[in-house]
Design a protein around this ligand. Structure first.
Ligand code: RP5
Length: 159
């Protein structure tokens, strides 16, 4: 059976970050698959995944760190919308990942999130928002999720 979202990442070491996207999709009942697809270490896997994405997936969430070429290369290979997650790095704190993903040339966009786990969670929510355009039931679940988050914020700071 097909899934709506492909969560791909450059390395096993990206999974603790990218799991945050998966958790959001779980909460909202969105189907997904997870794959390690490295632009540098498994370029043929990237090419095959990109070639087969259209018609199989509706959204791709792609996370990578450092010289983070995976989201951009995937956007070059498929018209399926790519949401990029810059993974935080030790050497440059993820600014390297952010710039690598964000600065795409005209013609091949990547919807770039914040660095790290907040960005990964937001990637899940962005995917949900895209899918909700054509799915009223999901739209209602996403609205409820957002309302619950707002309701959980206290009006005054606690001791
Ligand atoms: C990138 O290099 C990956 O996306 C990862 O964030 C980073 C480091 O990978 P490992 O050396 O931990 O496998 O390709």
């Amino acid at each position: 059976m097909g899934v709506d979202v492909g969560i791909i990442m450059g390395s096993q070491s990206d999974w603790p970050t990218m799991r945050e996207a998966a958790l959001i999709l779980d909460e909202l009942g969105i189907s997904y698959e997870t794959r390690i697809v490295s632009a540098h270490r498994t370029p043929d896997r990237l090419w095959t995944y990109g070639r087969e994405a259209a018609g199989r997936l509706k959204v791709i969430i792609a996370g990578a760190g450092g010289a983070a070429h995976l989201p951009g290369m995937m956007a070059s290979k498929t018209r399926v919308p790519v949401i990029g997650v810059p993974v935080q790095t030790k050497a440059l704190s993820g600014v390297d990942s952010l710039y690598s993903i964000l600065q795409m040339p005209k013609g091949f966009p990547v919807a770039t999130m914040a660095i790290g786990s907040a960005g990964a969670a937001n990637a899940g929510l962005m995917a949900a928002g895209i899918l909700a355009i054509g799915d009223e039931t999901l739209a209602a679940r996403l609205d409820a999720w957002r309302e619950a988050l707002s309701a959980s914020i206290p009006e005054e700071p606690q001791e």
